[in-house]
Design a protein around this ligand. Structure first.
Ligand code: EJD
Length: 405
C-alpha cells in the first residue's frame, strides 16, 4: 500500500499536488490529471486519485467503500496517530458519524438561518459601509484583510457564542488543520509551529463556561444534557465548528471577490441585479473552490471506473478539478454568474457534504449583496498574494480599487 509500484493499467502521473508551484496555480495540472484517465496513480505519494467530476462524485457518494474514519487527509490513521484527537464528524463513519451529524445539522438548519439572517445582514451592511469608506479615504482597500477575513471572524463565532478576544487564533488553527490533510511538507511544518498555544486556546474555548447561553456551542451542550451525546463529546463537536466554520468561508468570500474583480462584465451583471448575489457566490465556489481536495480510504477491494483498488488505499479526490471538468460543465474555465452550477463539488457530496452550507451561502450572499448595492466597479489595484495551504485555495492580500455608486 502507498508504495512505489505503479498498479498495472493505471496511468501514472508525476505531479505533486502539494508543491508550492501546484498550489499557486493548479489548473493546468488539473487538466493533465483529468486527461490522464478517470483514475490515476500519483507516483510522488503512491496513491490513487481522481480529478474528474463523475468519479469524484462517485467516491464521495459511496461512504461504505470509501471511508473517512482512517482520516480524510494523506495520513492513514490506521497506521499513524492523528495529529489531533479525531473529529467526531469529519473523521468518522456511520453509525457514529450519523449521531454527530444529526446534532450539527439540527443546529445549522434552514430554521436557524432564518433566525440569524437579520444579525448577519446588519453586520454585512455595516462592514461594507466601513470598507467603502476606507477605499475612498486610501484610494484602495484590501479585500482579504479588510473584508473576507473580518466578516466570518465576526458573525460565525458570534453565533457560536465565542468571546471576542483572541479570535485570530481561529485563522491560525484553521490554517494548521487544513494543512494537516496534506503531506508533512514545509507548509505543514510552518503552520504547526504555533500548534501548542493555539490548540490550547481552541480547546479552552470549547468548554461550556466559555460559550454564550443559547449560541450554537451551547446548543451542543444542550444535546448532551438530553443524552444525545456524552458530556465529553460536546466540546469535540464545538471544536468542529471552530475548525471548519471560519477559514472555509473566509476563502470562499475572498475568492469570490477576486473572481468579480477579474471579470468586470460579471460584476456589472451583479451590480445591475443584486439578487444574483447567491448564484454569483455559488459560481465562485465552483470556479475557485475554497476546499480543493479531500481523501478517502478504501474499506475493501473496490472498482472505480474499471480500475481495481485494493482495501486500505488512500484515494485523493480533486473537488476543484471536478468543478472544471468539461465532461460536466460547458466552457468550464469561464466565470459566469448566470450559470447555475448545481452539482458542483465545492461542498463535497454525500453523507459528509458540508453541514454548514446554509450558513456559508448566507454569508456569501449577504456580503455580495451589500457590495453590489454600494460599489459601481471593482478592480485589482495590484497583484493578489496567496497564502499557500495543502487543502485551501487561500489569499493573503487582495488590493482593490472601488468606484462607489
Ligand atoms: C472541513 C474541509 C472538524 C472539521 C470538519 C470539517 C472540516 C474541517 C474540520 C471543512 C474540511 O470536524 O474538525 S471543509
Amino acid at each position: 500500500m502507498n508504495d512505489n509500484t505503479i498498479p498495472a493499467g493505471v496511468p501514472a502521473v508525476d505531479i505533486d499536488p502539494f508543491s508550492d508551484a501546484f498550489l499557486t496555480d493548479p489548473y493546468a495540472d488539473h487538466e493533465r490529471m483529468r486527461e490522464a484517465g478517470p483514475v490515476i496513480w500519483l507516483t510522488k505519494y503512491g496513491i490513487y486519485a481522481t480529478a474528474r467530476h463523475a468519479e469524484v462524485r462517485a467516491v464521495l457518494n459511496d461512504h461504505e467503500n470509501y471511508i473517512s474514519s482512517a482520516g480524510v487527509g494523506l495520513a492513514n490513521f490506521n497506521k499513524e496517530a492523528p495529529f489531533r484527537p479525531k473529529s467526531l464528524i469529519l473523521e468518522a463513519d456511520p453509525p457514529s458519524h450519523t449521531k454527530a451529524r444529526a446534532i450539527l445539522a439540527r443546529i445549522l438548519s434552514p430554521k436557524t438561518v432564518m433566525q440569524i439572517r437579520e444579525a448577519f445582514q446588519q453586520e454585512a451592511e455595516q462592514l461594507l459601509d466601513r470598507f467603502v469608506a476606507k477605499a475612498a479615504e486610501d484610494g484602495q482597500v484590501d479585500g482579504v484583510t479588510e473584508l473576507s477575513e473580518v466578516y466570518p471572524l465576526k458573525v460565525f463565532p458570534d453565533a457560536v457564542g465565542l468571546e471576542a478576544e483572541g479570535r485570530k487564533n481561529l485563522l491560525l488553527y484553521g490554517n494548521m488543520v487544513f494543512n494537516s490533510f496534506g503531506p508533512r511538507n514545509e507548509l505543514l511544518r510552518k503552520s504547526a509551529e504555533l500548534v501548542q498555544p493555539v490548540t490550547q486556546w481552541i480547546m479552552e474555548h470549547c468548554s461550556r463556561e466559555h460559550l454564550r447561553p443559547g449560541g450554537f456551542g451551547d446548543m451542543i451542550f444542550q444535546a448532551a444534557d438530553r443524552g444525545e451525546i456524552t458530556q465529553e463529546e460536546a466540546p469535540m463537536l464545538v471544536r468542529s465548528f471552530l475548525s471548519a466554520g471560519v477559514d472555509t468561508t473566509v476563502n470562499g468570500i475572498g475568492n469570490a471577490l477576486l473572481c468579480l474583480a477579474q471579470n468586470p462584465d460579471q460584476y456589472e451583471k451583479l451590480r445591475a441585479d443584486p439578487t444574483l448575489a447567491r448564484p454569483a457566490f455559488e459560481e465562485a465556489l465552483r470556479y475557485e473552490s475554497a476546499v480543493q481536495t479531500f481523501f478517502r480510504t478504501t474499506a475493501r477491494d473496490v472498482e472505480l471506473a474499471g480500475v481495481k483498488i485494493a482495501e486500505g488505499h488512500k484515494v485523493l479526490t480533486f473537488l476543484a478539478a471536478a468543478n472544471r471538468d468539461a465532461r460536466q460543465w460547458p466552457d468550464p474555465d469561464r466565470f459566469d454568474i448566470t450559470r447555475r452550477p448545481t452539482g458542483h463539488m465545492a461542498f463535497g457530496s454525500g453523507i459528509h457534504g458540508c453541514v454548514g452550507q446554509v450558513v456559508a451561502r448566507l454569508e456569501g450572499e449577504l456580503i455580495l449583496t451589500a457590495l453590489a448595492k454600494r460599489v459601481k466597479t471593482i478592480e485589482l489595484a495590484g497583484p493578489p498574494t496567496r497564502r499557500l495551504n495543502n487543502t485551501l485555495r487561500a489569499l493573503s492580500n487582495l488590493p482593490l480599487r472601488l468606484v462607489t455608486a
